[in-house]
Design a protein around this ligand. Structure first.
Ligand code: JHZ
Ligand code: ZN
Length: 418
């Protein structure tokens, strides 16, 4: 089932639900024209015209699926990608623990193949190198695929599709484990993707998917995780319907903390059973109105209130002559800055741990990005945390800044100073 879109080269409108194909989608949130969130600029680009894309979110009343109303061409977003998880201690631990848990449940032999879709710089797969099994990363970002390969993680530079699955099978055979962490939200054609998983996965294999959980996004007002890279915002009910359309079963469903609250699902091609935890979550989603349009319309109001409270605070602090910088030039941070119209008049600069981002400027708002040590060098009064999902790690790391009186502003789930 292919979705129908009005096509143009760089952006197209979604005409039907990505999961069930229904044509009546209700737009409930408009975050306004936004540049692509990982489109960091070099100095020479600052005077050039910038591209802004619509950022509207809609709801399918038939199956409950929440999705973007417009799709930006994936090549524009992912070919040269500046996001890497590997500068975060939290993500190191996250993948190491995930791999240990999966290995405990799988009898992995040396000849087995483990595949990671959206493998980035190979951080997850590196954990398997010591087990001696075969690993294969798949990632469209050519810059990162090259880097992963240098670290010993064999990587194909491609978007995962049924066609790519067939190619891999021909060369390497079926996979015992396939991972897709923070990937499925990025996939335009989920049916082709799952066909690809069906093709590539061993009959006794498992497919482990992690993605941000819509319930957490809505409960904690994480509206800045809505951006052009994320085409889908999954609750479990439509996700299960998607799995069932492809005869997959759900062996395990766990809520995990990463990226503001995510689901970790273990999926099997063996049978169509849906585990009890997942069924219980679906009951809660239904009870709490996640299949009702009103729930989404109310969310829009919550987002507005959050923006108002944040902007009020930042303006007051600037009026009082306080210095404020940003912390974490995240993709979500760029959504936040653009939606709240926060620019250089408010934030002097942003610090970030990813070397590729340092020396560049934020898309749309043109705020310069520096290494993290500038925070303690300059000791500004406030640091606005644009990577709130790493609050624990970052606040711990910046203990000296805080000891000297520096304060963090965090606006997710609600505005606070800490
Ligand atoms: P972080 C990306 O979103 C993009 P982003 C993508 N679309 C996706 O789905 C999610 O990830 C999962 C910096 N930082 O991970 C590094 C510090 O400076 O929340 C990053 O630039 N110091 C694939 O970009 C940013 O913050 C630190 O100590 O919103 C965090 O970005 C730490 C821990 C991070 O993802
Ligand atoms: Zn639908």
């Amino acid at each position: 089932m292919m979705e129908k879109q009005t096509s143009s080269r760089e952006v197209c409108s979604v005409k039907s639900c990505r999961v069930c194909g229904d044509g009546s989608l209700l737009t409930f949130l408009r975050l306004g024209p936004t540049p692509i969130p990982n489109g960091f600029l070099v100095r020479d680009q600052l005077d050039e015209p910038e591209k802004f894309y619509p950022l509207d979110v809609c709801f399918c009343a038939r199956c409950g699926m929440v999705q973007l109303a417009h799709i930006v061409n994936a090549e524009v977003m992912f070919k040269n990608y500046l996001y890497v998880p590997s500068t975060s201690q939290t993500m190191y631990q996250h993948f190491a623990e995930l791999v240990l848990q999966v290995i405990e449940k799988t009898e992995l032999n040396k000849q087995d193949l483990v595949v990671d879709i959206g493998s980035n710089d190979g951080l997850l797969l590196k954990n398997f190198l010591s087990f001696g099994c075969k690993v294969l990363g798949i990632d469209p970002a050519e810059n990162l695929a090259k880097r992963a390969a240098e670290e010993g993680v064999d990587t194909i530079s491609a978007f995962f599709t049924q066609e790519v699955a067939e190619r891999i099978i021909g060369e390497k055979g079926t996979a015992k484990i396939i991972f897709a962490t923070n990937v499925m939200a990025h996939v335009p054609d989920l049916h082709d993707f799952l066909n690809g998983i069906k093709t590539l996965l061993d009959r006794d294999g498992i497919f482990v998917a992690e993605f941000p959980y819509l319930v957490d996004l809505m409960d904690k007002t994480e509206f800045d995780t809505i951006y052009q890279e994320h085409l889908s915002y999954f609750s479990l009910a439509p996700f299960i319907s998607l799995l069932q359309q492809h005869d997959f079963g759900l062996v395990e469903a766990k809520q995990i903390a990463s990226h503001g609250g995510s689901l970790r699902l273990t999926i099997s091609p063996r049978n169509q059973n849906i585990c009890q935890e997942a069924q219980d979550l679906v009951v809660i989603e239904k009870k709490r109105g996640f299949l009702q349009p009103e729930t989404y319309l109310n969310f829009g109001k919550k987002v507005d209130r959050n923006r108002y409270a944040l902007v009020q605070l930042l303006w007051r602090l600037r009026e009082e002559g306080k210095s404020i910088v940003g912390y974490g030039a995240s993709a979500k941070g760029n959504v936040m800055l653009n939606y709240c119209r926060i620019g250089r008049e408010t934030l002097d600069y942003i610090v970030d741990s990813i070397p590729y981002k340092q020396g560049k400027f934020t898309p749309g708002t043109h705020i310069p990005i520096y290494p993290e040590n500038k925070l303690t060098e300059d000791q500004p009064d406030y640091a606005f945390l644009l990577a709130w999902n790493f609050a624990e790690e970052i606040l711990k790391k910046q203990d000296v800044y805080r000891q000297k009186g520096g304060k963090f502003i965090i606006n997710i789930p609600t505005v606070k100073i800490t």
